[in-house]
Design a protein around this ligand. Structure first.
Ligand SMILES: *Cc1c(COP(=O)(O)O)cnc(C)c1O
Length: 355
């Protein structure tokens, strides 16, 4: 028998969520499958929606080549663009679109000798202040690219810093600044919205969206009414059960001490599998009953409270996140976000279903 920690991926749920994103947005949607589809398996996810997706977005050339090598033919956008001029030939050869976010990229692009012109997504910094050209430089950059022999088409894009906070005025400020910068360029292909903006900021939709996290079933606005389906169910099994007495503590650092006689179950999953070490106290479900992680999460194992689940036994299934225990809730308990939980899953076995 092999180690029972498993990530079950529902490609059907992934496809459903893509349809939700696309319908809500109302325009064209690039499915963001960077970082191995947020840990879910980029090739499997891409294949599950290739017939209907308007295209895909990944971080870098290596991620795109992996998709091309498995036969993905749809458009693929490199969200980081390129890092060195030598990548441009491969970008052309693999028929990729690129984000251009900095003057040095424009210089390299215009100086290159390319076999074919490229589709450019020109990124403006409208307030996130991470990458992108600022308001003053943006129109000028557009004019430099426009009509150049290496440029096939230009899409105008920007990215939000606070779209997951519906209270923040920052998103409206970003939209206003971006719209001001692009209003007299007469370009139809515009892209602003990530998942949070698709869900929470209808005024940011434009004609291209870039949903990521919502495709994986985690609502960045934590709104339980959003019709998304859970894509990853992370489960393992109970491998040991013991009863501890009042005053006894468990695990590294003895951070949990029983205040009554307690039954403890040990689960084969730990931080080396990507379960966050900071998630002591997170919810977990044993044979369908929600309980709590207790004590310190260790590398290969964690512990759950079975005191109120008398039917639990060796081999009982433990859902660490999935339909019963939302990744968002585990993330909250761990002081992080579902994005990080998903991306960190490793070592364990992945299984895929498509119905
Ligand atoms: C990762 C990324 C997205 C997707 O964001 P989500 O919050 O996961 O929807 C969209 N646009 C850019 C530029 C990104 O880097």
């Amino acid at each position: 028998m092999s180690r029972p920690a498993i990530a079950h991926i529902s490609l059907d749920a992934f496809r459903h969520n893509y349809r939700v994103a696309k319908t809500m947005h109302g325009g064209k949607s690039l499915a963001v499958i960077k970082a191995n589809a947020y840990g879910h398996g980029a090739v499997q996810c891409a294949k599950a929606i290739e017939n209907e997706a308007d295209g895909f977005a990944v971080a870098c050339l290596e991620e795109a080549i992996q998709l091309r090598q498995t036969g993905i033919k749809k458009a693929i956008l490199l969200l980081d663009g390129f890092f060195e001029a030598v990548e441009l030939a491969e970008i052309v050869a693999n028929d990729l679109w690129i984000v251009v976010h900095a003057e040095w990229q424009i210089d390299m692009l215009l100086a290159a000798e390319l076999a074919k012109p490229l589709q450019i997504w020109l990124k403006m910094d409208s307030g996130m202040h991470r990458v992108g050209l600022n308001h003053a430089a943006y129109q000028q950059a557009y004019m430099r690219l426009l009509g150049h022999v290496n440029v096939e088409k230009i899409v105008l894009m920007s990215h939000f810093a606070n779209a997951d906070n519906l209270e923040s005025e920052h998103t409206n400020q970003q939209i206003a600044l971006f719209q001001n910068a692009i209003q007299n360029l007469g370009v139809e292909d515009v892209s602003m919205a990530n998942s949070a903006a698709i869900l929470g900021w209808p005024q940011a939709r434009a004609n291209w969206s870039r949903p990521g996290i919502m495709l994986y079933g985690a609502d960045p606005l934590y709104d339980a009414k959003t019709p998304l389906r859970v894509v990853m169910q992370l489960t393992s099994r109970i491998i040991s059960i013991r009863t501890i007495q009042t005053g006894e503590s468990i695990g590294y650092g003895s951070i949990f001490t029983a205040d009554k006689e307690s039954i403890i179950g040990v689960v084969a999953c730990g931080y080396a599998d990507g379960y966050p070490r900071s998630a002591s106290n997170a919810p977990a479900a044993v044979d369908g009953t929600v309980t709590k992680v207790i004590g310190r999460v260790s590398m290969d194992m964690l512990m759950v409270d079975l005191t109120d689940i008398p039917t639990a036994k060796i081999g009982s299934t433990v859902e660490l996140w999935g339909d019963q225990v939302l990744a968002n809730d585990v993330a909250k308990a761990a002081g992080t976000i579902a994005y990080e939980l998903f991306c960190n899953v490793k070592r364990i076995q992945f299984t895929y279903s498509d119905n």
